[in-house]
Write a protein that binds this ligand. Structure first.
Ligand code: GDP
Ligand code: IMO
Ligand code: MG
Length: 423
């Protein structure tokens, strides 16, 4: 049995949480494969909005098992808060939420190191969510990390102490003004570890292998977006994991040949939160309208998201790197009322017209070249059938499908589960 994969094609916040929730009814297992609580995945149904950071977005469905895979980094403190927020929903966490023993732990000192590193960079900062993601993955690849499975060993606190001491020396090295009380942070951390330990820790690659043999359906849930990928994103303004399709193989232990559908999700425009280049960014009333109507504020940090036109050069690149088989377009409703919509179809790169995504997309090298399309005026948010969609929206979708050579199978017209059109 194959594994399907859903991932973001832009700079994150495409609406992955909403669509994973919508698709969960078709799956037995939902598995997060990378990232950590830098993610903020929003789900809305029955008038309630939920923001998940580490817990997969299938958690509200009774039938599905949710798995936090080996590629994810877990902060027990944030994880405990997520569980507390969900306490009133009577979810059977013991059986419905499984944790890979090979997932790495974010320690309090990883968060401090993130803050120290960003402070030391001044204006060149990444704009990190400050959740300790970079330092934790550095310890993972540096072979110093502490994993969930270590919590079952007697000496893990010794390992913890040695690593935390080293981190403190590293924080001093940054020589920035960082106020903290490690004893307090550690008290929270150790208390939260005890809560984490109430869940099942499993050898998740074996679990997924057996699930595939038993013909279970599995959906892998990505975090962040392809342009934040450590290899293929706008380095160094990226996150520290592989957010692209290959990350699902390493982050879950699923073989490449077992990946079936790759759902690529994008907004009808573009947003970015944090620093880094963004060729189609708008600083005018159109960008302001997208941000206001789209309520573009980070689900994890509350920071306003930068907004701009759809960038087809970047989108094609993401489709290609991921091998996308089906597209999902989000937030079409936010563009209602624009007379004209622009789509970036090429870059003027150092004076030359190019249509591929180059090494460097800083503003001094890249100016977007746009095509214009007629906008739509209709309110889309009550529409439930493709037949109700206005002509201008269909033209926008047809254009993208032709350019990307992949069908757009779902059009989302609002944050709620029900505001979803299948075509
Ligand atoms: P994720 O990180 O990819 O899961 O996305 P986020 O949850 O960070 O950001 C997406 C935001 O857009 C959330 O506030 C969603 O509730 C909201 N949203 C999702 N789909 C739509 C849509 O089609 N229209 C509108 N207006 N909002 C949407
Ligand atoms: P979801 O899963 C949008 C951005 C940060 C920063 C950069 C590095 O909700 O789409 P990090 O904390 O990883 O060191 O930050 O990546 N970033 C995100 N932007 N959505 C996310 O996740 C993000 N996770 C990280 O803003 O620019
Ligand atoms: Mg988000």
């Amino acid at each position: 049995m194959a594994v399907d994969l859903l991932l973001g094609l832009q700079w994150g916040d495409e609406g992955k949480g909403k669509i994973v929730d919508v698709l969960t009814k078709n799956y037995d297992i939902i598995a997060r494969f990378q990232g950590g609580p830098n993610a903020g995945h929003t789900l809305e149904f029955d008038g309630i909005k939920h923001v998940l950071h580490t817990i997969p977005s299938g958690i509200f469905h009774d039938k599905a098992v949710n798995l936090v895979g080996n590629g994810v980094v877990i902060d027990p403190v944030i994880f405990k808060k997520e569980l507390d927020n969900l306490a009133k929903f009577n979810i059977d966490f013991k059986n419905k939420l499984l944790i890979s023993r090979k997932a790495h732990l974010i320690l309090p000192t990883h968060r401090l190191l993130d803050a120290a590193s960003e402070a030391s960079k001044g204006k060149a900062k990444i704009g990190s969510t400050l959740k300790g993601i970079g330092p934790t993955y550095m310890d993972k690849t540096g072979r110093n990390g502490i994993r969930v499975g270590d919590l079952e060993l007697k000496n893990w606190e010794e390992k913890y102490r040695a690593l935390a001491n080293k981190h403190e020396a590293m924080i001093d090295f940054y020589n920035v003004d960082l106020q903290y009380n490690l004893a307090e942070l550690e008290a929270d951390f150790f208390a939260a570890v005890e809560v984490l330990k109430t869940l099942q820790f499993i050898d998740s690659e074996e679990y997924l292998h057996q699930a595939q043999k038993a013909e279970k359906t599995i959906l892998a849930e990505g975090a962040q977006g392809s342009l934040l990928d450590i290899d293929f994103g706008t380095y160094p303004f990226v996150t520290s994991s592989n957010t692209t399709a290959a990350g699902a193989c390493t982050g879950l232990g699923v073989a490449p040949g077992k990946i079936n559908e790759v759902f690529g999700i994008f907004k009808a425009y573009t947003t970015r939160v944090g620093s880094g280049p963004f060729p189609t960014e708008l600083f005018d009333q159109y960008g302001e309208t997208m941000g206001r109507v789209g309520n573009e504020f980070g689900a994890t940090t509350g920071r306003p998201r930068r907004c701009g036109w759809l960038d087809l050069v970047a989108l094609k690149y993401a489709v290609q790197v991921n091998g996308v088989t089906q597209l999902i377009m989000m937030k079409g409703d936010v563009l209602s009322g624009f007379d004209t919509l622009k789509i970036c179809t090429a870059y003027n790169y150092k004076g030359e017209k190019i249509t591929h995504f180059p090494f460097n997309i800083e503003a001094e090298n890249v100016t977007p070249i746009y095509t214009e399309m007629k906008g739509w005026k209709e309110d889309l948010t009550k529409m439930t059938e493709a037949s109700q969609m206005p002509k201008a929206l269909n033209d926008y979708i047809d254009y993208l499908e032709k350019e990307l050579e992949i069908p757009i199978k779902i059009v989302s017209v609002g944050p709620d589960r029900t505001q979803t059109i299948h075509r």
